[in-house]
Design a protein. Structure first.
Length: 128
């Protein structure tokens, strides 16, 4: 479930963005996906400036040490905009050939076989 509401005071809940208006993938220097950013707009009318609606920007960061969904962290709050970072293994890309190093062992002359191992070279998940 996307973050669309937050407790602003003890009794008031505001919709901080209801429609995802964009999603951008972030890449590292090897052009491998490391995270993505989603923007949610058209939240409730901003209490600080009624000419704006609340907006929330969520940066989903691949973290293989955080199992499952993880928890969002509010990084910055301005008058009408919230910035959240969410670390989770679920933000990691699925391993493809771009993320895998292939190591081929020597051929066994006795059995005509070769052992090949595959190792992720970046943060990615291998589906079950």
């Amino acid at each position: 479930m996307a973050i669309t509401e937050a407790l602003l005071t003890a009794k008031i809940i505001r919709k901080l963005g209801g429609i995802m208006t964009s999603i951008d993938v972030m890449y590292d220097s090897k052009k491998l996906a490391t995270s993505y950013v989603s923007v949610y707009e058209e939240g409730d009318i901003c209490d600080f400036d009624p000419s704006y609606n609340y907006t929330t920007i969520v940066k989903h960061v691949c973290d293989l040490d955080v199992k499952g969904v993880g928890e969002p962290v509010i990084e910055k709050v301005s008058k009408c905009q919230f910035q959240i970072t969410w670390y989770s293994e679920l933000a990691c890309p699925v391993c493809s050939y771009l993320y895998i190093d292939t190591h081929k062992g020597k051929c066994s002359q006795n059995s005509n076989t070769r052992r090949t191992t595959y190792t992720p070279n970046a943060k990615c998940i291998i589906p079950d």
